[in-house]
Write a protein of this length. Structure first.
Length: 126
């Protein structure tokens, strides 16, 4: 799967679909509908429409096999996460990672292990 750095903005429902496809690596709309049956009451046509829109957004590839469309990820989960965090940072934290990080850690007490991991990560950035 090719890594893609262009931002792809996913809705909550699209994240659910993408998680199914990332997990399976290749999935049909029926596969996704069945995997999400316990969490959603989406019809097959709803899932198929979402997956077609994800192709249009550049998040999925579609390939016909017989009369069934098989979808594969065009973006990695990591790239989708980067895009989502970047969008959040831009909207809510003036585009600064420091503001986001401060917000995340001020709201809860970090364990000694978490503080050490964060310190190591920050020191590695220098």
């Amino acid at each position: 799967m090719a890594s893609r750095r262009d931002p792809v903005h996913l809705s909550g429902a699209e994240w659910k679909v993408m998680h199914c496809v990332w997990e399976a690596d290749t999935a049909t709309a029926r596969d996704v509908r069945d995997a999400l049956a316990d969490d959603t009451d989406w019809a097959y046509t709803t899932v198929k429409t979402m997956m077609t829109r994800l192709v249009d957004k550049g998040a999925l590839w579609a390939r016909m096999r017989g009369n069934t469309t098989h979808f594969t990820p065009r973006i990695t989960q990591e790239d989708a996460r980067h895009s989502a965090v970047r969008a959040l940072m831009d909207r809510a934290f003036d585009g600064t990672a420091g503001s986001l990080l401060h917000f995340l850690v001020e709201g809860r007490k970090l364990s000694r292990k978490e503080r050490a991991a964060l310190r190591d990560l920050l020191e590695g950035e220098r």
